[in-house]
Design a protein around this ligand. Sequence first.
Ligand SMILES: Cc1cc2nc3c(=O)[nH]c(=O)nc-3n(C[C@H](O)[C@H](O)[C@H](O)COP(=O)(O)OP(=O)(O)OC[C@H]3O[C@@H](n4cnc5c(N)ncnc54)[C@H](O)[C@@H]3O)c2cc1C
Length: 516
Amino acid sequence: MRAALQAARHGARVLLLTKSTVGRANCTAVAMGTLRVSRENQDIEHHFQETLKAGKFLNNPDLVRTLVCEAWPSVAELKTFGVNLLVESGKVSIAAERRPAGILLTKALTAAAFNAGVTVLEKTMVIDLPVAERCLGALALRNTGELLTISAKATILATGGYSQLYMRNDNPPPVTGDGLILAFRAGAELQDTEFVQFLPLFTDAGVPRKPIVDWLIEGTKHLVPGGPLINNKGERFLQSYNLLEEPILRDNLIVAIEQESKEDDFVILDLTLPSSDQIEGALNLEFQKSAIRPFLKVLSTKPLHIASFAHFTMGGVSIDETCSTAVEGLYAAGEVAGGIHGANRLGGNALTEILVFGTIAGNHAATYASQTALREIDKEHVKKAEKRLQELKKTKKTPIDPLLIEKDVKSIMLQFCRPIRSGEGLTRAQEELHTIEEKTASMAGNNPDQIKTALEAEFMVTLANLLITAASSRKESRGPHFRVDYPERDDHNWLKNIVLSQKDGKLNIQYAPATR
Ligand SMILES: Cc1cc2nc3c(=O)[nH]c(=O)nc-3n(C[C@H](O)[C@H](O)[C@H](O)COP(=O)(O)OP(=O)(O)OC[C@H]3O[C@@H](n4cnc5c(N)ncnc54)[C@H](O)[C@@H]3O)c2cc1C
C-alpha cells in the first residue's frame, strides 16, 4: 500500500490487486506495531551493525544502509497520515490502547492511497506475471472466476512472506508466498529462502496466540531461579544454553526451545511465582508493558504451553537499492523481497522495511512507467493461463481437493524444515513433496475458490521445494537454520547467499559471496 501511494503521488495511474480485502488479512494489519529507527549518526551506525549481526552477515549491506538511513524519515512521516507514535529510549511503536496495532497503519495508508487516487481490486489473486523482455503486467483471477489481463508499464510485488508454508504459523491465510514463485517464474532471482524465523506462541485453549517474544523471556529470566522455561522432564533449561548469562535473541531462544520440545512438541512457560507487578516491572519499555498487560492474569494463574510457530521469512526476491528485480519493469518491496535481513531479522525492522522500501519501489516504478510505452500482454500468455484454468475445472477420475495438497505441504514443512534440520530429514521432505507434486495433476476445482486454492497450492509446492533445496545445500548452521549434521557456523565456506533462478525450465543454484 505504501508503494501504491508513492507511485500515485508520483503521477502514475495505480491499480492495487489483493487476494484479501484491502488493509486486512495481511501481516501488516496484525503486526504488534514496533518499528526500529535511528536518528543520530551514531545510532544509525549502531542500527546498521545490529541488523548485520542479527542477519549473521548474510545481509546485503547496501540495502541495510538504505534501511537505516531512511528509517526515521519514513517512520516519522506516519504522523502525517494520522498514525500516532510512541517514542521511548530510541524505540518507536505505534501508539495504541490495544495490540496488535498494525491495523491502525493499514487503515491510515489505505485512506491516504485512496485520496491519492489508487484504485483497488479486492479478492483478486495474481497468478502470472507475463514477460517479453520486460514484465508486461499481470494475469489475475477474480473471486468470480473471471481471468483479468492487466497490462502495466511497471509492476510492484508486495505479496508478503511465506510463513503459511508451515502448519504452525501466526500469519493470516493469504500470505502463502505466491510473489516469490510469480517472480521466479518470470525470471527473477530468489535468495536466502532457507531462512525462516520462528517464534514461540501459547498453545493452550482459550489463551490468545500471541508471540512470546524474546524480550519477555529476557526480561523475566531472573525473576524465577533457573528461568521461566521448563522441559517435559521438569528441568529449567535456559542455563544449559547459556541463556541466563547471555542475552536472549530470537534464534538462540528458538533453537533451545526446539531442542527441548523434541518429544512433546511444547515446553512450559512458568511465570506463576512472580507477581504481575514484578513481571511488568521487569520489562523496560511501555510498549512491552502494554503488550503483556492483557496476559498478566493468565500468566500468573497457571504454567502455559508454548510451541514454535513460523513468523517471518527472510528469503525473497533479490532486489537492488531501487527495489528492481532481475526482470525489467518488475519491482519488489516488503517481506517478499530478500537481502535485507540476511539469516535472521531484528525485531521492528520489518515494518520499517515496508515503509522505506515501499516508498522507494513506488518512486522507481513510477519513474520507469513515465519513460516506458505500454505494451499489451500477448495472447499466448493469456491462452496458457486459460488452459490451466480449464484443466483445473475438468472432471477427474479421483479428484483431489487442493486444500489437502496445501495441508500436506504444511505438515511436511513442519515435520522436516523447522529450525532444527538434518540432511536425512530434508531428503525425506523432498521425496514426499515429489509425491505431492504428482498429485497436483489430479487437483479439481468446482468453484472459483477451489481453483484459487489449487493455484496457490501449486505455488506452495514449488516454493517448498526451493526452500528445501537451499536448506539441503547450506551445510552449516546459521541463525534459525540449525543442521544437526553440520552444527557449527562456517564463515570460511558459507558467508554466501544461496541464489535460485531458472533458465529454460532448469533450476540454477548460485553461491554468491555475501559481501557483494
Ligand atoms: C503477528 C505478527 C506480528 C508482527 N509484529 C511486527 C512488529 O511489531 N514489528 C515489525 O517490524 N514486524 C512485525 N511483524 C512482521 C511484519 O508485520 C511483516 O513483515 C510486514 O507487515 C509484511 O508486510 P508486507 O506488505 O510485505 O506483506 P503483508 O502485509 O503480509 O501483505 C501481503 C499482501 O499480499 C497479498 N497477496 C499475497 N499473494 C497475492 C497474490 N497472488 N495476488 C494478490 N495479492 C496477494 C495478501 O493478500 C496481502 O494482502 C509481525 C508479523 C506478524 C505475523
